[in-house]
Design a protein around this ligand. Sequence first.
Ligand SMILES: [Zn+2]
Ligand SMILES: [Zn+2]
Ligand SMILES: [Zn+2]
Length: 304
Amino acid sequence: MTTNPSSNSRPLTAAAQELQAALDKGQRVEGRLCPRCKGSGGCVDCQGSGRAPCPQCQGQGNLGNDSRGNPRPCKVCKGRGYLECSPQCDSCLGQGVITSALQSQILAKYAPPAAHGPRKAWGAGLLISICLGVYLLQHLFPFQFAFFIAPYLAPYAPDYASWQIWRLLSAAFLHANLLHLLCNLSCLYVLGQYLEGYLGGRRFLIIFVLGAVGGNILSVFLNPHPGIGASGGIYALLSAAYFYQIRWGLGEAEMARNFWQSGLAILGLGFLLSLMGYPYLDNWAHLGGAIAGAAWVWSTKRPF
Ligand SMILES: [Zn+2]
Ligand SMILES: [Zn+2]
Ligand SMILES: [Zn+2]
């Protein structure tokens, strides 16, 4: 069966037609149709006009009226109702296909020059140090830690009336035992080596925090025993690595696919074990983290 993704929209670019023809013949080819513009190379936000309706005010230029009845101008578009936009698809730079050759063009277009060279994985290093530090405290001063520190970091407050929002993040730095800690730290190390090279430490940390918080939100509401540990953030990084490759062609296709498949396998296995009554896996935190990472990639307009 062949599908024609352009049937309901604009025609494919020449490169996309070539790729589609090869795929139709069943040939193995490098690259795929751009998932954002479906191979047309055109911008999906402005439909080629160069002006995209402002998402904040839905193109209205204002956000309703204030209490005195005066219109409240939209700050995002400064009251114009639209944002300046490139008529080209921002994922494939107008080519309609995502290939590894595109990677250098994406870097050239979006990344600051300093981002091109090899960079130290300071974001991963920072996260690893915090996790290690907390774990050392926990074992050097078990009594003090259990009574004076852990109660303020744990994922749930003693009663929900005194809800303390930082717990959604701080729980990510607590680990139950050495195996748990080493698993998470080695994941962070590998992801740091892989992702920070092209994303930079700042984005690495943002994605981790989003995943940790997203994961803990799901965990607190859906898991009868909300878990601890960095795995929500790690799942966000795993899924971000995959979707950066799908959407922008960034990173190595093989590696991104491996991350994705092992992430899915562990998630599936985790839910299976939970069904069998094994209580210690925080599957909801993993799922929440994965969703947060994907949402980050698909909601940002530029990779850097
Ligand atoms: Zn595209
Ligand atoms: Zn546009
Ligand atoms: Zn607006």
